[in-house]
Write a protein of this length. Structure first.
Length: 179
C-alpha cells in the first residue's frame, strides 16, 4: 500500500499541471484571437468624411479634382498626412454637387478629366486602358466593368462641402465597398 501514495501524488501533480497549462493557454489565446481578428471587424466602415472646399469655389459644369490628405490607418499602424485618394467634384446646380472617386474601377489607375475637343463630349478618361466616362460618371467605353464610383456629398448652410471617402473593389461589375 505504501507504493499507492506516490502514484496518487504523481497523478494529482500531472492533473494540476495540465489544468494550469490549459488555463494559461486560454488566457493568452483570447486576447491573441481578438488582436488577429481586429482588422476583419473594420470592413465596410462607412467611410471617412473630408472637408473639400466651398460651393462658391466650384464652377457649374466644370470638374475640379481634390486630393484627400489624412492619416492612413491599417490593421496595426498609423501614418500621418498621407495622400489617401482624390475625388472629382462637379457642381451640377445652384446647390447640387456630385463627387466621383478618381480611382478607375478597372485596375485602379487615376482618372483624368477629358475636355470636349474634336467633337467629343467632355467627361473623364482613364489613361491606362482607355476607359471613358461621362461627366456624370457613367461608363462610355473601354474595359472598366462599371461607371465611376459616386461618393456622398454634404453641403452645409454656409456652403462648406464635405465628401465621405470610400474605397471600392476594382475589377468587378458590382460596386463593393472595401473600406
Amino acid at each position: 500500500m505504501a507504493e499507492d501514495v506516490p502514484d496518487k501524488n504523481r497523478r494529482l501533480f500531472v492533473a494540476v499541471a495540465v489544468t494550469g497549462s490549459c488555463a494559461i493557454a486560454a488566457a493568452v489565446a483570447g486576447p491573441g484571437a481578438v488582436f488577429v481578428a481586429a482588422p476583419l471587424a473594420d470592413k465596410g466602415s462607412g467611410g471617412r468624411r473630408f472637408a473639400v472646399g466651398k460651393l462658391d469655389d466650384l464652377t457649374q459644369g466644370v470638374p475640379t479634382k481634390v486630393t484627400l490628405i489624412g492619416d492612413e490607418v491599417d490593421a496595426f499602424t498609423r501614418a500621418e498626412k498621407r495622400k489617401l485618394g482624390a475625388v472629382w467634384l462637379l457642381r451640377t446646380g445652384p446647390r447640387e454637387v456630385q463627387a466621383l472617386s478618381a480611382i478607375c474601377p478597372h485596375l485602379g489607375c487615376s482618372i483624368d478629366v477629358q475636355s470636349g475637343e474634336a467633337g467629343k463630349a467632355p467627361g473623364f478618361a482613364c489613361p491606362c486602358h482607355e476607359s471613358g466616362f461621362a461627366l456624370a460618371g457613367a461608363r462610355l467605353s473601354g474595359p472598366s466593368p462599371r461607371g465611376m464610383d459616386a461618393l456622398p456629398v454634404e453641403i452645409a448652410a454656409d456652403g462648406a462641402l464635405t465628401v465621405t471617402w470610400k474605397r471600392y473593389r476594382i475589377g468587378v461589375e458590382k460596386q463593393e465597398e472595401i473600406g
